[in-house]
Design a protein around this ligand. Sequence first.
Ligand code: ZN
Length: 285
Amino acid sequence: MCKCKICKGDYDKDTTKLQCRCTILTSIPDTLINLTELNCYSWTYLTTIPDTLVNLTRLQCYRCTTLTSISDTLVNLTTLYCYECTTLTSIPDTLVNLTDLQCYGCTSLTSIPDTLVNLTKLGCCGCTSLTSIRDTLVNLKYLYCNECTTITSIPDTLVNLTKLGCNGCISLTSIPDTLVNLTNLACNGCTSLTSIPDTFVNLVHFSCNGCTILTFIPPSYSFVNIRTFNCDKCPYLKQSHFYTYKRRMKRYNEAAWIIQEKFWYPIWGKKRQIKKGLKMLHKIN
Ligand SMILES: [Zn+2]
């Protein structure tokens, strides 16, 4: 017998928040019309979210591996997390109030609707069926699309981006020079990338480990605020590149310098690893 809130009937029509780990439930009661927040963890048999839950503003589905769709009536959603929902094929284009969409590891998802123009955060790491990032998402500040192996470009309209993580995007051939507000750029393992634009004047953290055909990165004076720089396993970058960065960062005392294999972190989302990496950087300095 499952002891989760829904199986126990521990809810009523006034319930506004529900967090539930259940592996046997096939559906969420459609009478929970006042729900504003719903977290579903590992609901192995869940196939849909009821279309009556129209007051939901926050919905999180973790490893709901039989969830095939999200109702297009949930128009009040501002936050939608659907991690590793591997059978989810689409996000409704009616969810225009979404500001934060994280759909990591949704391997059947083929597109993000171009109507989600209010998005400021998009995380779609490991969505290996996703072929492009929409150019209408102009309000995006954070874009994490690590391991989106079929994406070939980042739209040049995303001029508000401050953080871009595109590690392991092996089909990505360029990063647009219009992204002038970038402070963080992690493009480790982008094996089709040949150059980095010199227009990213606000860049603070930059790493391009394992970009095996990268032949050009701008001279360090293009990036006056650079604090950390990491370019291990880039065989075509000239040693002179490294030294200009090293000199610049020494001038800014708190800055750090690194070309060491052990700091290679392929997934941007692994915060702990990054933190550790940064701590080590400061130690070296
Ligand atoms: Zn249960």
